[in-house]
Design a protein around this ligand. Structure first.
Ligand code: GDP
Ligand code: MG
Length: 199
């Protein structure tokens, strides 16, 4: 049902019908194990231990945030890693690359390979969605694991975001640090683009 609501928002994006234009799909990208699902469940306001079996199968979460006094509904899609066969995964990944209104590219600060994957994902997105100015946020997760850090904050994380023309934030899903800020940042990026189109 979330998928059908999501596609309905695409049709209404250009219209002024009240409410409808405030629904946006945010797709989480990144290597296995970097913390995508952890970030998504924090967004959804679910504690891991509270997840029912049915909810564990869910990978799409909808929540309305009030940011700067205005409500915006985000549909966060944690669908990048399909659990089934490889052919399925390709289809799902192509789909993910096409449907996002905004993207969160996650790496782990303790895993250099995941940082390199993040750059590749940014390049892939740029190629596939060239004509569009989509908000992208690069996220260095697991910032609590200071002793295992492999990717520097300023010299690498932030510098990479500058090169790739996207926003940057470090988060810790474990400590819930900067997670709220991450999703609020996405809402602000979406609004900036919306507002500049209106004028
Ligand atoms: P996904 O494969 O990208 O969805 O990653 P998960 O959300 O499943 O997380 C993979 C593992 O990393 C799990 O064991 C999480 O508990 C752990 N993890 C996720 N985020 C953090 C974090 O910010 N700090 C630490 N220390 N561990 C984390
Ligand atoms: Mg996951």
């Amino acid at each position: 049902t979330l998928h059908s609501r999501a596609s309905w928002s695409t049709d209404s994006e250009d219209s002024d019908s009240s409410g409808a234009e405030c629904l946006y799909r945010v797709v989480l990208l990144g290597d296995h194990g970097v913390g995508k699902s952890s970030l998504a469940t924090i967004f959804a306001g679910i504690q891991e231990k509270d997840l029912s079996d049915q909810e564990k199968g869910e990978d799409t979460y909808e929540r309305t945030l009030t940011v700067d006094g205005e409500e915006t509904t985000l549909i966060v899609m944690d669908t990048w890693e399909a659990e089934k066969q490889e052919e399925d995964e390709r289809w799902v990944q192509d789909y993910c690359m096409q449907v996002g209104n905004a993207y969160v590219i996650v790496y782990s600060i303790t895993d250099r390979a995941s940082f390199e994957s993040a750059s590749e994902l940014r390049i892939q997105l740029r190629r596939l969605r060239q004509a569009e100015d989509i908000p992208i946020i690069l996220v260095g997760n697991k910032s609590d694991l200071v002793r295992c850090r492999e990717v520097a904050v300023e010299a690498e994380g932030r510098a990479c975001a500058v090169v790739f023309d996207c926003k940057f934030i470090e988060t810790s899903a474990s400590l819930h640090h900067n997670v709220q800020e991450l999703f609020e940042g996405i809402v602000r990026q979406i609004r900036l683009r919306r507002d500049s189109k209106e004028t």
